[in-house]
Every structure is written in C-alpha cells, then in structure tokens.
Design a protein around this ligand. Structure first.
Ligand code: ADP
Length: 297
C-alpha cells in the first residue's frame, strides 16, 4: 500500500530526476552543435554528462527504494502493534468479566480457552520478531545436526492439526522414504510451521492443505505445502518473501500478520544452502510454497 503523501514524494523525486536529465541532454545537444571543433573538451564533456546522468539515476533509484522501505517499516509497526494489542485487550476483557461477574463453569472454561489462545498468539508474534532478529544477524550461524526430515515435518503437521483443530483430510501429509538433512532443528521447524500456518490461515473457512516431501534431484529435497486458498498474483510471488511485506490491494486476503513469516522461511533456506519460492496460478487458484534443502551426504 502506498501512503498518499509518500506517493506524491515518490512522484516528485521521479519528476525531478527526469527533469534534470532532460536539462543535461539539452545542454549536451547545444554544446555539440556549437563546440564540435574542440574535440578533447567535447570528449570530457560527454564523460561528465554520462557521469552526471548515472549519478542522478542512481540517486533517484535509491531515494525511491528508501521511501518504499520506510513505508514497509511503518506498515510493520502498525501490524505488530495491532498483533500485540489485540490479544492483550481480549485477555483483559475476559479477566475483567471473570472478576466482576458470576460466570457459570462452562463459560469460565470457555474464557480460559480463549485466553490461552490469545496468549499463544502473543507468544507467537514475539517469537517471530525475536527469530527475525536472530536470523538476520549474520554473525549467528545455525547449529547443525543430522535430522530426519520426515519426522520433523510430521511433528509440524501434528502441531498444526492440534492448534487449528484440523482433520488429516484437511491437513494431509504423506510420509516419504527417510531423508536426512544437516540442519538447525529449531530453524527448520519454524520455517515449515510458518508455511503450514500460512496455508491454513489464508485458506479461510475451507482448509484443504497438503504437505509433501520429495527429492528434487540426488542432492536436494523439497518440502511442498499446497493450499486451495486465495492464491497469489504473479507480480507478488517474489515480493512476499521480503521482510515486512504483506500483500495489499482489493484482492488481498484480510488476515492479521506481521509480514515476517516468509522472510524467516527464505532466510532459513539461505542459511542452509537451500531456496524457498512460491508458485500460484493467480488469485483464487491456491498456492504452493516450496522449501528446498540440501540432503546430508
Ligand atoms: P504475514 O502472513 O504475517 O502477513 P508472511 O511473510 O508469512 O507474513 O506472508 C507475506 C504475505 O504473503 C502475506 O501477507 C500474504 O499476503 C501472502 N501469503 C503468504 N502465504 C500465503 C498463502 N498460503 N496464500 C496466499 N497468500 C499468502
């Protein structure tokens, strides 16, 4: 989403860049007609002009990029504030009700369940922010050990089924022949869980998610998480992996989040010498997220 004021300032910088380049080209053309005899001066002039034009282009590109980054950080702060505030406000409301009114046993149990869910959501958001900091810190290397990928993915699937109350038909997983990877268990678990959580949360009311593991060649294995949710437009397939990026526009699903999940997935893949990408036929046609990792020798 482009904030209106910022949209104007991006327009201003682009117009400024284009204006300056036009003036330089005009000067250059004039200079060429009147001073063509002085060859060396002309050569130096051309060089200077090329340098100036490159400088202005670079300047404009950096300015626009910086403004975009600021926009995303603003959106992130808004999203995180919302994600932190909502569960706390909800817990407070239930606690106040319990304190001030006589509530029957069944209702009380229900309140406790909701408060536990709220505190899980809060912890999840805090954990994502902390994880982003840890992963983004280049000095911090993953702690590698030999892992059975199938067992780890099975664990993530079981966690999601319990968390969202899903049947094996809604969230399916076909275990494959055992594949061992050399990886940081905590990071891979977080990445796979983020992909499953997204597939469930963006599917809306009808969840139909499948998780598969398959070797892509003799060196790599891919975990594929497929859903039949809202899908992703071609133009956003790459952008969604950027830090703080959340899809916007009228067709984007209105689901709370921080824009950190896929950034974590991509960072974890890179830290393990792998790759992460998304595939989708477009809005309304589901999506598939792939996390590819090297197989341990
Ligand atoms: P968050 O979910 O907190 O917004 P993510 O980094 O996990 O952050 O996802 C970034 C964006 O990618 C989301 O805002 C959403 O628009 C899009 N996205 C992620 N997973 C899916 C999915 N399974 N189906 C459709 N869109 C998705």
């Amino acid at each position: 989403m482009v904030v209106p004021g910022r949209g104007k300032s991006i327009g201003f910088f682009i117009a400024l860049g284009i204006g300056l380049i036009s003036v330089i080209i005009l000067l250059y053309v004039g200079w060429f007609f009147f001073g063509w005899r002085t060859g060396i001066l002309l050569f130096l002039g051309v060089l200077l002009t090329v340098m100036l034009i490159s400088g202005i282009v670079l300047n404009t590109v950096f300015l626009v990029r910086e403004i975009r980054r600021n926009e995303q950080q603003d959106a992130f702060i808004n999203a995180v504030t919302h994600e932190l505030k909502t569960p706390v406000a909800s817990m407070r409301l239930y606690l106040e009700t319990l304190q001030t009114r006589a509530v029957d046993e069944a209702k009380r149990k229900d309140f406790y369940r909701i408060m536990l869910e709220d505190s899980d959501r809060l912890l999840e958001t805090i954990e994502q922010i902390l994880r982003t900091g840890r992963i983004g810190h280049s000095g911090r290397k993953p702690t590698l050990s030999r892992l059975d990928l199938g067992g780890l993915v099975q664990e993530c699937v079981a966690r999601a089924r319990t968390l969202y109350g899903l049947s094996p038909e809604s969230l399916s997983f076909e275990p494959n022949s055992p594949i061992t990877i050399l990886a940081d268990m905590d990071e891979i678990r977080a990445a796979v869980s983020n992909l499953i959580d997204n597939a469930v949360k963006y599917s809306g009311a009808t969840v139909k998610v499948s998780v598969e593991i398959a070797a892509t060649d003799e060196k790599n294995v891919a975990i594929r998480v497929r859903d039949e949710g809202p899908g992703i437009s071609k133009t956003e397939l790459k952008a969604i992996f950027k830090r703080f990026y959340r899809a916007s526009g009228p067709s984007a699903p209105r689901v709370p989040g921080t824009g950190l999940g896929l950034y974590i997935v991509r960072s974890v893949a890179k830290r393990h010498g792998g790759r992460a990408w998304a595939e989708s036929e477009g809005p309304g046609r589901g999506s598939t997220f792939v996390l590819q990792l090297p197989i341990a020798r």
